[in-house]
Design a protein around this ligand. Sequence first.
Ligand SMILES: NC(=O)c1ccc[n+]([C@@H]2O[C@H](COP(=O)([O-])OP(=O)(O)OC[C@H]3O[C@@H](n4cnc5c(N)ncnc54)[C@H](O)[C@@H]3O)[C@@H](O)[C@H]2O)c1
Length: 335
Amino acid sequence: MRVLVTGAAGRVGANMVRRLVTAGADVKAMVLPGDPLRSKLDPFPDIEVVEADLGDQPAIDAACKNVTHVVHLAAQLIRGDTPVDRFYDVNAFGTLRLLEGVVKAGVPIDRFVLASSDGTYRPGAPPAVPLTEDSPQEPADYYGTGKLLGEYILRNHAAQYDIPFAITRFATVVSPEEVGDMFRLDFWRRVLSWQALGKDCHIWHLFDGQPDLVKIFDAQTGDAPGDTAVGLTGPDGTPWTLSILDVRDAVDGLYLALTEPEAVGHAFNLAAARPTSHDDGAAAIADAYGVPKLMVEMPMAHHLELDIRRARTMLGFEPRFDFRSMAATAARPRL
Ligand SMILES: NC(=O)c1ccc[n+]([C@@H]2O[C@H](COP(=O)([O-])OP(=O)(O)OC[C@H]3O[C@@H](n4cnc5c(N)ncnc54)[C@H](O)[C@@H]3O)[C@@H](O)[C@H]2O)c1
């Protein structure tokens, strides 16, 4: 199997390259020209690294030559200052250009896997708790809409050109280096400050019509230090919930979507076995790092939970990590 991995220097990409190399696959890793994180691929001297921007059709065409499988991870993720058109150009039209490259290289290819997102389910006001793959996808924000357009473009091309495909919809992906920053006072204050972006924020539905949430947050956290473990609750004291996905489980799920015959033609939610309640998340950080824990009451509830039964039953996906085990491992001193 000769696998083209796009976004190969990214959070998921570099881990996917490792997963594939371990499985004995021949890997072609596509990176953004000049990507400063390209050195993450240095530990894999036997892979081929190609540079291509998803806006550059000739470079994409060259990258698609002689591959049997594609794992499409490259995407414009949510950054505060990203121009709107970039979400569509990279996540929707970039996916189209990649599929065009695959078609020009001469299908049949054995599998095209697209990484999509819980962002396609309208994360600020999810239509169901938990979300199944059949829940409505009505994102109403730039990132989620761009990712959903990518899904549609893939389904369309797959039908027209007989491309066996699968889609994975990730929960919030967390790598071991990042886990210690979550469920902290600074972390939630930053998230709540996105309220100031209004409808430019990908979770604006959550903030819509709410009073100044940072003010409410600050009134309860006082002068507690920024590294304090913090979780949020709704007005009745019920903790918020969030599905999280360890990057190592993400690549296991991608590998199954790439290799299992059953995966073809389906979308799969991928997340930890259970959503993390903010109470547990904050407690896990408090225990792992020895910091105090605070719960902060918000005027609204929020539950962003992915149901992973389809991936479990059809692919045999069994996530190995939950937030507590991730935090405990990350905090352990390295010998
Ligand atoms: N991180 C999450 O929480 C999360 C959640 C749901 C879905 N996803 C999806 O998972 C995939 C991987 O995400 P990640 O967390 O590894 O993100 P990341 O930002 O770490 O990696 C994305 C990669 O895409 C590359 N890229 C961006 N624009 C490009 C372009 N125009 N041409 C070529 N390459 C380009 C970047 O250089 C980067 O290496 C993405 O498709 C993302 O939408 C991520």
